[in-house]
Design a protein around this ligand. Structure first.
Ligand code: C2E
Ligand code: CA
Ligand code: CA
Ligand code: CA
Length: 287
């Protein structure tokens, strides 16, 4: 790794004097990846990761229905690094298994802490990468996170992406088992992957989360509106709770409410909050 990094640094320096900008750009990206990959284990050991929580809202009652845990990396040199920049790298290197285990435990621990403090009891949802889900120890990891933190499984939700649903044989037993334990399962980023409707129907899922790209141009684009409506109807006809992600405006909120969507998440109601602000939000919803 050291050699590769040195070689890349050299190549980068040379390419600086080179008109082939594209090569330089690629080299830079590659170098950055190698550096992030190298720093991840230390960052975990040093406690540089933190969970933020984004509220989920019932459209009808405008009340809190849950919280999604979203990871943040507070790097001492670079400041806060977004998950989009390091999760894919952690997935490629396999480190996501360890990191995901930390997220699970931390989300369960924090949720239990809020419950013990007398806040309203809400489910916390945790994003699970396909690589993490496929790992033979995954179910065991979930069990031990629940056991060690004492969180009731009904207050844990797992969000998996659509691509995973294309491996129904491999995942069905795990999903069935998790469901039997009372853990709720959501399909994340719906509409961006390719999943068979047959599997959607056969697998034990509870929530369909419509990807933000379908909400973005609503309600100004009539084409997107009808697409969005079809997805809501699909979800409802499969008996799922339908949640729209990335809701930013009042107009989007009203459109979704009018058309039978159950829940929303998005900047319109709240950005993801650190655990302190989340506790304050929970306290404000106590009565
Ligand atoms: P996601 O699961 O689809 O999470 C939603 C993302 O949309 C979050 O970005 C959130 O901050 C952002 N968002 C929420 N409301 C709005 C809105 O109204 N407008 C816009 N423009 N964006 C909104 P974030 O926190 O940067 O996370 C990005 C992705 O990183 C997540 O997408 C998820 O795929 C992944 N991720 C985050 N935390 C974890 C984790 O603990 N484990 C795994 N495996 N992946 C994670
Ligand atoms: Ca998610
Ligand atoms: Ca999502
Ligand atoms: Ca997404």
């Amino acid at each position: 790794l050291k050699h590769a990094e040195l070689a890349m640094k050299e190549a980068k320096n040379e390419s600086l004097h080179d008109p082939h900008y594209f090569d330089y750009y690629l080299m830079d990206k590659l170098l950055e990846r190698v550096q992030i990959e190298k720093k991840l284990p230390r960052a975990l050991a040093e406690g540089e990761f933190e969970l933020f929580y984004q509220p989920k809202i019932n459209l009808e009652t405008r009340t809190l229905t849950g919280l999604e845990a979203l990871i943040r990396w507070n790097d001492p040199e670079q400041g806060r690094i977004s998950p989009a920049a390091f999760i894919p790298i952690a997935e490629d290197s396999g480190f996501i298994v360890q990191l995901g285990e930390w997220v699970l435990r931390e989300a369960c621990r924090t949720n239990k802490m809020w419950q013990d403090a007398g806040h309203p009891k809400l489910p916390v949802s945790v994003n699970v990468s396909a690589i993490q889900f496929r790992h033979p120890q995954f179910v065991k990891t979930v069990e031990s996170a629940l056991q060690e933190t004492g969180l009731d499984p009904k207050y844990l939700e797992l969000e998996v992406t659509e691509s995973l649903l294309n491996e129904p044989v491999m995942i069905k037993d795990k999903l069935d088992f998790l469901k039997s334990r009372g853990i709720s399962l959501s399909i994340d980023d719906f509409g961006t992957g390719y999943s068979s409707i047959y599997y959607l129907k056969e697998l034990p899922l509870q929530v369909l989360k419509i990807d933000r790209t379908f909400i973005q141009n609503t309600p100004t684009s009539t084409r997107d509106n009808s697409l969005l409506l079809s997805i809501i109807q699909l979800g409802k006809s499969l008996g799922l709770t339908v949640l729209a992600e990335g809701v930013e405006t009042e107009e989007q909120f009203h459109f979704l409410r009018q058309h039978g969507c159950d829940q929303i998440q998005g900047f319109y109601f709240s950005r993801p909050l650190d655990s302190c602000s989340t506790a304050q939000l929970l306290a404000a919803h106590s009565d």
